[in-house]
Design a protein around this ligand. Structure first.
Ligand SMILES: [Zn+2]
Length: 433
């Protein structure tokens, strides 16, 4: 029995309404922080219409939560997470796919403590067998609406393997493919049963200049899967064709693509296109202080503020204590905060930043306000995924995935730091710092 139904039954037995009222708080609404109460239902897991409750049905809340003036935001959404808490979504454990499924569930329960209430588990480019085994465990996981399960997958992000061999980044070049036959090539790779209307895939990163890619992008759009341009050598013109075919996003803007050139602005140029010619795409930004210079982030934000989505692109050491960890091929990785380096040569090996720290960095680097920075991890990713009205806002009827935030003084000058104090999933408190 779904937990919402269970909860409804118990509420009827105890005479409790399941209504929770948050008070003495600042709600994130668009560009503003608004002093207002918020009403949610722990029975339906949704945000309620406060006016209707106050003046219509006279329902008394079961619980009144005084937040002492803190910020109440929609839960955070990470659309690019490769792994965390020691688990890598792209690795099937030696004891098989059942162990893999358990690993995913473990990540979900840990991840939510950092305020990430939903996300896209992300697969880097892999051999086809890995997709066939992993994807059945990565589809949307919120149908039971059980807060105990932790963070919710909104579907998998397949980052590759249809990408440019010269922009592969850390992806294994030997597994890359060309989508020669359009969606048929993708179906063979990901598994035909994973590309139906009930697909576990939510987003595919693809290079639009590859043979067959534009036709694949069209088919993905018709399946309700977001096509995102990335790991690509595309010129501005090729990228524009990708958008015209139906791509609506850019994967980690600036990284693994041609840099902006004044005579060929490349993929970045899409942010400067007149909205009358194409709709400007959403774009992911890794605000970890390692991948992109803060000024580049500011330029992209100024070009298209409504499209900016903060992502972690973090890998399996995210959430783990600092230290030295075994890596592939006998090498070892040193984790020092968010920064990961190879022990033998000190080279940067990736990021393990948490999404809330991306929010802090983004605020301090661009001067964006707290609500505007939070928008880049709530409302904007929800819109990109076609989930407006379901996730990412505090509007009535939206899922009551919430975070209580405090804003502290930062390390230097006027810097601020945002910290997660509480996390609520489907109207139930699941974490308190
Ligand atoms: Zn990448």
């Amino acid at each position: 029995m779904p937990s919402a139904v269970r909860a409804m039954g118990s509420a009827a037995v105890t005479g409790r309404s399941g209504v929770v009222k948050f008070t003495n708080c600042l709600l994130v609404k668009g560009a503003d922080l608004v002093q207002e109460d918020l009403w949610v239902s722990s029975v339906t897991g949704k945000i309620l219409n406060g006016q209707e409750i106050l003046y219509g049905h006279l329902t008394a809340p079961d619980d009144i939560i005084d937040l002492g003036g803190r910020i109440l935001s929609p839960g955070l959404i990470d659309v690019q997470l490769n792994g965390a808490y020691g688990f890598d979504f792209s690795v099937i454990p030696e004891d098989g796919s059942i162990a893999y499924g358990k690993g995913v569930q473990q990540v979900n329960r840990n991840l939510i403590r950092g305020g990430v209430t939903s996300y896209l588990p992300t697969l880097t480019s892999q051999r086809t067998e890995v997709y066939h085994q992993a994807l059945p465990y990565l589809g949307p996981s919120g149908s039971t609406r059980d807060p105990i399960l932790g963070s919710e997958s909104l579907g998998a992000h397949c980052e590759g393997p249809f990408m440019s061999p010269t922009k592969n980044g850390i992806h294994n070049a030997s597994v890359l493919q060309i989508p020669q036959d359009g969606i048929a090539s993708l179906a063979i790779c990901y598994g035909p049963s994973n590309l139906t209307q009930a697909t576990p895939i939510k987003l595919v990163t693809i290079a639009p200049e590859l043979p067959g890619a534009l036709s694949a992008i069209q088919s993905l759009a018709s399946l309700g899967i977001v096509a995102s341009i990335g790991h690509s050598e595309a010129t501005y013109e090729e990228a524009k064709l990708g958008i015209k075919a139906g791509a609506r996003s850019i994967t980690h803007l600036f990284n693994a693509m041609k840099p902006l050139h004044h005579r060929n602005p490349g993929i970045f140029g899409l942010l400067g296109t007149a909205s009358s010619s194409i709709s400007k795409p959403y774009f992911g930004i890794i605000a970890d202080g390692i991948h992109i210079h803060p000024t580049s982030i500011k330029i992209a934000y100024n070009a298209h503020p409504e499209g900016l989505i903060l992502v972690t692109d973090a890998m399996r050491l995210a959430g783990m204590p600092d230290g030295v960890y075994d890596w592939t091929n006998g090498s070892r990785i040193v984790k020092d905060g968010a920064l990961l380096t190879l022990e033998e040569n000190g080279k940067i090996a990736g990021s393990s930043i948490e999404l809330i720290d991306c929010v802090t960095n983004f605020m301090n680097w661009t001067g964006a306000s707290v609500p505007m920075a939070l928008k880049a991890v709530t409302e904007t990713p929800a819109r990109m995924l076609g989930l407006e009205g379901v996730k990412g806002s505090l509007q009535e009827g939206t899922d009551a995935d919430l975070v209580v935030l405090d804003v502290l003084e930062g390390a230097v000058g006027d810097d601020k730091r945002v910290v997660v104090d509480q996390v609520w999933k489907f109207g139930v408190k699941v974490h308190d710092r």
